[in-house]
Design a protein around this ligand. Structure first.
Ligand code: PLP
Length: 356
């Protein structure tokens, strides 16, 4: 039986991505060689890198004046690369979860950090509103989707200073206006590719303003100048990313992904709200993530938590256990999760209610 994969990351990829990548690992474009054993400078691999960047631009409608980079080190490396390259004196951060707070910690190594608001005291169950971003901040950093807690900022905000966003777990989930951002980054392993590649979209004119010396590998300009080929790129994840991007385009692009994502999330939240056994982790509907849906047992049914997990596992579902800091359940319903997978979970929740 094919499993319904609700893992938060690494997570579900399209069958097209996995099959095409497997094929390229065995015999890349009929070369009689694996994509893993050819030079990254070969014309065949250079074409993969070029096409991946070009599709990235096309799908997100990225304006001129921005560079698309494929780096290593994960989103976690960006927690330090961003302040290394952009923080002169002071940066503002919104604390919406443990990834955000890790980014805040790194920024503190480079200058003053103004945490404009935090929902930590409420286990990050909402997105803070009505905060003020200081006008003299070098940038304002947000985490658009809080993978662990299931909250999401689903619009392109305008803080009045350069906006930097960690979009590890919601890139390509909705159409967005890239021109509102100075820098966007994320690890690939949620909505794009296997782990090992990190995407960065950076507006070129925000760079080069720093007095400090920046190590070559941590300097965005190095990777812009060398077109993400300063050193050996992670060839298989980049190829897999290209395959996912081809699949997105074939599905109708981010507008189509967004439409189905809203449908999937609506179906699942609807059931969580309706079913007497469960309740949502995030109360405010406008804060609810359409990528990671977190929920817990209703307080009258707390003792059924392990039973539900076991029941769902019997129905072929994996990865539903919530993060240890939140408990309960988390269904990650990234782009590659079909509506039928979400429907199967909803059916399982209904069947479990019947049994209890
Ligand atoms: C997974 C995740 C990270 C960490 O990514 P790595 O690539 O493992 O460093 C950071 N931010 C968010 C929002 C994530 O979901």
């Amino acid at each position: 039986m094919k499993k319904h994969n609700f893992y938060a990351g690494p997570s579900i990829l399209s069958e097209y991505t996995i099959k095409q990548t497997a094929e390229a690992i065995l015999d890349f474009e009929g070369m009689g060689l694996s994509v893993m054993e050819i030079s990254h400078r070969s014309k065949e691999f250079v074409a993969v890198m070029e096409k991946a960047k070009q599709l990235f631009r096309e799908l997100l409608n990225i304006p001129d004046g921005y560079s698309v980079l494929f780096l290593q080190g994960g989103a976690s490396m960006q927690f330090c690369m961003v302040p290394y390259n952009l923080l002169s004196k002071k940066a503002a951060y919104l604390d919406t979860g443990s990834w955000a707070s890790k980014a805040i910690k790194e920024a503190g190594l480079f200058g003053e950090v103004d945490v404009v608001a935090s929902s930590k005291e409420d286990t990050y169950s909402y997105i803070p509103k009505n905060y003020k971003v200081p006008a003299d901040a070098d940038y304002f950093h947000i985490t658009t989707n809080n993978t662990i807690y299931g909250t999401e900022i689903r619009e392109d905000i305008e803080p009045g200073v350069p906006l930097v966003a960690d979009m590890s777990s919601d890139i390509f989930s909705r159409p967005m206006d890239v021109s509102k951002y100075a820098l966007i980054y994320g690890g690939a392993q949620k909505n794009l590719a296997p782990s090992g590649v990190t995407f960065v979209i950076v507006r070129d004119d925000i760079l080069g303003k720093m007095d400090r010396k920046i190590p070559t590998m941590l300097n965005y300009q190095t990777h812009i100048d060398k077109e993400s080929m300063f050193n050996t790129p992670p060839v298989v994840p980049v190829l897999a990313a290209l395959k996912t991007l081809e699949w997105y385009k074939d599905q109708g692009g981010v507008e189509a992904m967004h439409k189905i994502n809203l449908e999937k999330a609506g179906l699942l939240y609807g059931e969580i709200d309706r079913n007497k056994l469960f309740r949502p982790n995030v109360g405010d509907e406008s804060d609810r993530s359409i990528m990671n849906v977190t929920f817990v047992m209703d307080e009258n049914y707390m003792d059924l938590e392990a039973d539900f997990l076991a029941f769902a596992t019997e129905q072929g579902m994996v990865g539903l256990k919530g993060h240890r800091s939140v408990g309960g359940f988390r269904a990650s319903i990234y782009n590659a999760m079909p509506l039928t997978g979400v429907q199967a979970l909803v059916d399982t929740m209904k069947a479990f209610e019947q049994k209890n």
